[in-house]
Write a protein that binds this ligand. Structure first.
Ligand SMILES: [Fe+2]
Length: 193
């Protein structure tokens, strides 16, 4: 008699945090002032505006960066506790860079990863309905196609942070609304004591 077994291996851990009080017109005013002063960066964005990647060092942005840091603390704690449980005590996550994005109607982001980082994240500051989904693509897409889910779609939600492993391929679908979509992205790296 044969003995059949199956194993599904290796988790891909995505973190999610929501703060219902995050909508704030002051943040959007700041984004507009910044956009009107500095030219856009062009990285994965197809249209729209992307700030420089050290926006967290702008004195006017510091309160918002601090708030985001506090918001993602539970995510960082889960990660560092896992390291600690596996014998890597003193491992911490540090903020490497942060930038904001404005995707207007029709704007989108091509598939990309965030090289040289450990975990990355996005916070939607203002996300109208149908303003562009975040789509994760499995590193095993080739094998999984037609057999298991190889893509996972997360609709944007104002006040929500999604944190994901930086090597995970992702893209943002076109903004199909008639309004701008505002988000902040960031990269975290490991700091080993
Ligand atoms: Fe990204």
């Amino acid at each position: 008699m044969s003995d059949y077994n199956m194993m599904e291996l290796f988790p891909l851990v995505i973190h999610s945090v929501y703060d219902e009080d995050f909508a704030n017109e002051e943040y959007i005013k700041y984004f507009h002032q910044y956009r009107d002063t500095f030219p856009t960066e062009v990285v994965s964005n197809m249209g729209g505006y992307q700030s420089v990647s050290d926006i967290h060092q702008d004195i006017d942005f510091v309160p918002l960066a601090t708030r985001i840091w506090e918001m993602i603390e539970p995510c960082c704690n889960e990660i560092t506790e896992q390291f600690s449980a596996n014998g890597y005590r003193g491992t911490q996550l540090q903020l490497d860079n942060m930038w904001f994005n404005i995707n207007g109607p029709g704007n989108w982001n091509v598939a990309h990863t965030h090289p040289h980082s450990f975990y990355s994240g996005v916070l939607w500051i203002c996300a109208p309905e149908d303003s562009g989904d975040l789509v994760f693509r499995s590193p095993h897409e080739h094998q999984l196609y037609g057999y298991r889910d190889s893509m996972h779609t997360i609709p944007p939600e104002t006040g929500r942070v999604i944190m994901f492993p930086s090597h995970l391929l992702h893209q943002v679908t076109p903004n199909k609304s008639v309004e701008d979509r505002y988000s902040i992205s960031f990269n975290l790296n490991l700091k080993v004591a």
